[in-house]
Write a protein that binds this ligand. Sequence first.
Ligand SMILES: [Zn+2]
Length: 65
Amino acid sequence: MPMYEYRCSECGSQYEQLRRMSEADRDLKCPRCGSNRVARQASACAVRGSGNSGGGGCAPGRGFS
Ligand SMILES: [Zn+2]
């Protein structure tokens, strides 16, 4: 599951969430002020867990070998 970054345009807070790709823009809500005026930022990459899927959508070579 990829990690997404969101930013609330209401209070300006940023936060990250692990979400399914299909739900990346769904039911967005700022954890701080509860606003739904949240924009998704360029996604960070969270690769965790087992299994080698042979290259997901993540940028390679960032301290990961
Ligand atoms: Zn907010």
